[in-house]
Design a protein around this ligand. Structure first.
Ligand SMILES: O=C([O-])CC(=O)C(=O)O
Ligand SMILES: [Mg+2]
Length: 388
C-alpha cells in the first residue's frame, strides 16, 4: 500500500464580497488529490482536500517541499500496520521533516490541506465515513448523529442594502438554519447597528445572531462595539481585534460578559494554547474556532484538543471556522460543539452533502466512505479534475 502521487490545483473562489479586513476579489484555494495504489470497487482510492477560505492556494509550497517529502519516503514508513491502512500521523511527521517550530504562516495551510486528503483516503480505504472512523478509533464508537450548524454570510457587498441583507438572512432561516452570522467593522458603528437591527427584524432575537469583525478593531473600537452590542444579547462577538493580540482579547472580556469567539487565524496547538492561557477566554461561555484545514490538519487538531482539555475546556466549545465537510466529520466524530456553514458563499467549497437538509439548525452526516465529498456533486467534479 502506498501513495503514488499528490496533485494540487489552485481554484478560484473569487467574489465581490468583503469583510472588515479583506475582500475576496482574488481569493483562491488549493485542491489536493492524494492518489493511492489501493483498489476499492475496482478503482484506485483517491483522497481529496482543500483549504478553507481566507488563505490563498498553497501549490507553490506544496510542490517546493511538502509533496516530495511524502513521495520520496519509504512507503513502508507511512503504513499503519494495526489498521492495515495509511498512517496519517507518520505522513504528517514526514511532511514536517526539517521544519522549525514557530512562525506558522502559510505552511500550516499547505500541510492542513494535504492532511485532509490523507484522512479522506484513510476512511475510504477503511470503507467507512470519516466521522465513524474517528468515533470508533478515538471516542469509544460514539459519534454525534447530527451537528449544530450556523449560516455564515452577511458580508459587505457593493450596493448591498438592508433589504438584501434581510433577504439573505431570511433565506438561511428558510433552509433550516436558526443562527446566522453577519460581518461588522467595515462600516461605522452607527451603520453596523442599523444593519444589526435590520437582521434582528428577520431572525427575531439576539440569541440567533453572531457578528464577526475579522480582527479589524483596536482596543478602543473593540470596547466601543462591546458596549453597543451588549444589550442585543448576541450569540457571539467574533474576532474583535488582531487574532494574535491576546491582551486585547483579555481586556475585552472585562467589558463584554456575553460570549466571545475567536481562533480561526491561529494555526497551531501552541498558538491555541497561548490564546487560552493569555486571551481571557472563558470556558463556560466563549467559543474557539480553530480550523484544521488552515492549521496543519487533523493530526495537529488532536494536539489542540488535548491542549484545550488540559486547560479545562470542553471540546463542545469548539465550532470550527471554514464551513467544510472535514470539520463536520471532526465535529461529529470527536464531539465538537458544531460547525460553521456557508450556504451561499465560497461555492462549490461551502456547504455540505447535496441530499442532506439542515433541520432546526442541525445537519446530518453522509454515510459514504471518506469525508463525503462524493455527495456534493459540484465539489467532487472540481476535485476529480485535479486527480485526472
Ligand atoms: O470572512 C472571512 O474571512 C471568513 C470568516 O471570518 C468566518 O467565516 O468566520
Ligand atoms: Mg470569522
Amino acid at each position: 500500500m502506498r501513495i503514488i502521487d499528490i496533485r494540487e490545483k489552485t481554484a478560484s473562489i473569487a467574489s465581490p464580497i468583503a469583510n472588515a479586513y479583506i475582500d475576496f476579489s482574488k481569493m483562491t484555494c488549493s485542491v489536493v488529490a492524494v492518489v493511492t495504489d489501493v483498489i476499492r470497487d475496482g478503482k484506485p482510492v483517491i483522497g481529496y482536500g482543500f483549504n478553507s477560505n481566507g488563505r490563498y492556494g498553497q501549490g507553490a509550497l506544496m510542490r517546493d517541499r511538502f509533496i516530495n517529502r511524502v513521495l520520496e519516503a519509504d512507503p513502508e514508513s507511512l503504513i499503519d500496520r494495526e489498521n492495515d491502512n495509511l498512517d496519517p500521523f507518520a505522513i504528517w511527521k514526514t511532511l514536517m521533516t526539517n521544519e522549525k517550530p514557530g512562525g506558522h504562516g502559510e505552511r500550516s495551510v499547505a500541510v492542513g490541506t494535504i492532511d485532509m486528503a490523507v484522512w479522506d483516503a484513510v476512511a475510504k480505504i477503511a470503507g467507512v465515513p470519516l466521522w465513524k472512523l474517528l468515533a470508533d478509533r478515538y471516542r469509544g464508537g460514539v459519534a454525534d448523529k447530527k451537528v449544530w450548524v450556523y449560516a455564515a454570510g452577511g458580508y459587505y457587498y457593493p450596493g448591498k442594502d438592508h433589504k438584501q441583507l434581510q433577504d439573505e438572512m431570511r433565506s438561511y432561516l428558510d433552509r433550516g438554519y436558526k443562527v446566522v452570522k453577519m460581518k461588522i467593522g467595515a462600516a461605522s458603528l452607527d451603520e453596523d447597528l442599523r444593519r444589526i437591527d435590520a437582521v434582528l427584524d428577520v431572525v427575531g432575537d439576539g440569541q440567533y445572531l453572531a457578528v464577526d469583525a475579522n480582527g479589524r478593531f483596536d482596543l478602543e473600537t473593540a470596547v466601543a462595539y462591546a458596549k453597543a452590542l451588549r444589550p442585543y444579547g448576541l450569540f457571539w462577538y467574533e474576532e474583535a481585534g488582531d487574532p494574535l493580540d491576546y491582551a486585547l482579547q483579555a481586556e475585552l472580556a472585562n467589558h463584554y460578559e456575553r460570549p466571545m469567539a475567536t481562533g480561526e487565524n491561529l494555526f497551531s496547538h501552541q498558538d491555541a494554547r497561548n490564546l487560552l492561557r493569555h486571551g481571557g477566554m472563558r470556558p463556560d461561555r466563549d467559543w474557539v474556532q480553530f480550523d484544521c484545514a488552515l492549521s496543519y490538519g487533523l493530526v495537529e487538531y488532536f494536539r489542540t484538543l488535548d491542549v484545550m482539555k488540559g486547560l479545562g475546556w470542553s471540546s463542545r466549545r469548539v465550532v470550527p471556522h471554514g464551513g467544510h465537510q472535514m470539520s463536520l466529520n471532526i465535529a461529529a466524530g470527536l464531539h465538537l460543539g458544531g460547525n460553521e456553514s456557508y450556504p451561499d458563499v465560497f461555492q462549490p467549497f461551502g456547504g455540505f452533502a447535496d441530499g442532506i437538509a439542515v433541520e432546526d439548525g442541525y445537519v446530518g452526516l453522509p454515510e459514504i466512505p471518506g469525508v463525503g465529498f462524493e455527495e456534493k456533486s459540484a465539489l467532487i467534479k472540481v476535485m476529480r479534475e485535479v486527480a485526472a
